[in-house]
Write a protein that binds this ligand. Sequence first.
Ligand SMILES: Nc1ncnc2c1ncn2[C@@H]1O[C@H](COP(=O)(O)OP(=O)(O)O)[C@@H](O)[C@H]1O
Ligand SMILES: [Mg+2]
Length: 240
Amino acid sequence: MILETRNVSKDFGKLAALVDVDLAVAPGEIFGLAGPNGAGKSTLFNVIAGTFPPTAGRIIFAGKDITGLGAHRICHLGLARTFQIPQTFASLSVYDNLRVGATFGGHSDRRIRTRIEESLAYLDLTAFRATRARNLDLYTTKLVMLAACLATGCKLLMLDEPLAGLSMLEINNFLELVRKINREHGTTILMIEHILDSLMDVSHRLLILHNGAVICTGDPQGVCSDPKVIEVYLGEGEDE
Ligand SMILES: Nc1ncnc2c1ncn2[C@@H]1O[C@H](COP(=O)(O)OP(=O)(O)O)[C@@H](O)[C@H]1O
Ligand SMILES: [Mg+2]
């Protein structure tokens, strides 16, 4: 496994945001993480990527126990992530946004410059290199966030609801890029998506969180026909 969480829990005061979560992602997989709003998906990303430590449990990445390590050290080991709310440095150029991302991973200047050029070309962003991030549309902003991750040279790429706010066409284009990165670079991908349909399409395996706990994990067909998953998603529809 390239990534494992073992009995990971996270409390925010009295709120148990994660309860004994076991996750195991194999190298080269596209792994989907789904669940209703507030299920704990972003919190799981945050404890894996070192935004804050878990309250209990261990996190193993590429054979190392990374529990409690700082985010920059985890990034240096080969784990890059995007945030649910698009975060770019608005007044910086696309090029400098990638440079900030890549530098976070702690590589040498020469290697970073090469990686930035490669990532810009790979995602067709070369024409935007001098554009300030604030002038980009949402889809291009998301591509820039993705390119900043690729520029770190990551082995594991974690995407937090990258499809939110995109049109159907943009969703399909983005998913095609995810598949391409996985296929051509061998990058393992862990991806959060609230809507199951899009995630089922792209994922080799899925895990469903509900109230901070794992309710189901397995291949897309098995997960989607699981009565507990159907109940959670139907229940959510009734609330809205
Ligand atoms: N930094 C935080 N401080 C306090 N509560 C938080 C924090 N982050 C998330 N939560 C709470 O933890 C629960 C899970 O949130 P989150 O992981 O963002 O869910 P999801 O990403 O699945 O929608 C929610 O009840 C949320 O309000
Ligand atoms: Mg979230």
